[in-house]
Design a binder for this molecule. Structure first.
Ligand code: NDP
Length: 276
């Protein structure tokens, strides 16, 4: 399995499984857990969830999927900004651990920035680390200026999860390089543009045909061309899951990359960070 390392040397897989929208309907839960488990069987051992998804339902589906095989998984969850204070973060973390039926998270992220000062959140994360409730902590949807505000905690922030796909390239202007310099992997969320118009784009289709691949595989391989990026597509459909695995081995040629640049222009100036 392809992996990169966090700053402390911990390896993490470069292709993972997203879980937004899982656990929203009771009737689908069993099938959702089965697909996640199949993903584990196929080597997609990084699972990304959040207390927000399905109002905790996604974490419960993940619990079902990882039952009996917790040690195989690099488990990521996220806290709401309103729960990211000194007093509330430990409670939110306990609730996530309970729903996930585990005693430790591999990576706990601040989902997006709210009113709690970032250094207070970082301090609360460090306390959870000391208590053994989490192994690493990180952030999501933070731009360079926000990361700098972490001050002395910047060096212990393990990862930044941001919107990154062919249609949303703003982070290439400075954030990707900033994170790479910090040895902080970037987790690309919605790498398939949520399965929408991106996957129907004619240029993506042309590159895919040339590669003998599908548009989704090219979109994923494109995020993974950067050695500091982890990509976390969500696939509830087994066929999608198997297809996405093919992106790990794909190498886009200079011609492919130029053609993609002509249809999806890289940023030429600083843009405010896009988020969903
Ligand atoms: P994605 O870009 O991963 O797209 C998911 C959609 O694409 C689903 O509808 C899925 O369908 C479809 N799909 C998956 N594989 C294929 C394929 N091979 N061919 C065609 N369609 C495909 O969107 P998400 O927004 O879900 O992002 C991924 C993950 O990132 C989330 O699930 C979540 O874990 C995380 N995230 C984090 C955010 C944050 O603020 N930190 C914000 C948004 C997402 P199906 O399910 O039917 O297979």
């Amino acid at each position: 399995m392809h992996s990169i390392t966090l700053a402390d040397g911990t390896p993490i897989p470069t292709l993972g499984q997203g879980t937004w929208r899982l656990g929203e309907r009771g009737a689908d839960r069993k099938a959702e857990a089965t697909t996640l488990r199949l993903g584990l069987d196929l080597g997609l051992t990084l699972i990304d969830t959040a207390e927000m998804y399905g109002d905790g339902g996604s974490e419960e589906v993940v619990a079902e999927a990882i039952a009996g095989r917790r040690d195989e998984v690099f488990l990521v969850s996220k806290a709401y900004p309103q729960n990211a204070s000194r007093t509330r973060l430990p409670e939110a973390c306990e609730r996530s651990l309970r729903r996930l039926k585990t005693d430790v998270l591999d990576l706990y992220l601040l989902h997006w920035r709210g009113n709690v000062p970032l250094q207070e959140t970082a301090e609360a994360m460090e306390a959870l680390k000391k208590q053994g409730k989490i192994r690493h902590w990180g952030v999501s949807n933070l731009d360079v200026a926000d990361l700098r505000e972490l001050g002395p905690y910047l060096n212990t922030c393990a990862a930044n999860q941001v919107l990154y796909n062919l249609e949303a390239r703003g982070v290439e202007f400075d954030l990707l390089a900033f994170c790479q310099n910090q040895m902080m992997p970037v987790m690309a969320y919605s790498p398939l543009g949520q399965g929408g118009a991106l996957l129907r784009h004619p240029v993506l289709a042309r590159v895919a045909r040339r590669q003998g691949a599908t548009p989704a595989q090219v979109a994923l391989a494109w995020t993974l061309r950067n050695p500091n990026v982890v990509s976390i597509p969500k696939a509830a459909d087994e066929k999608h899951l198997r297809e996405n695995l093919g992106a790990r081995m794909m190498v886009l040629t200079p011609e492919d990359l130029l053609e993609l640049d002509s249809a999806f222009a890289p940023p030429s100036r600083k843009q405010s960070l896009e988020m969903l």
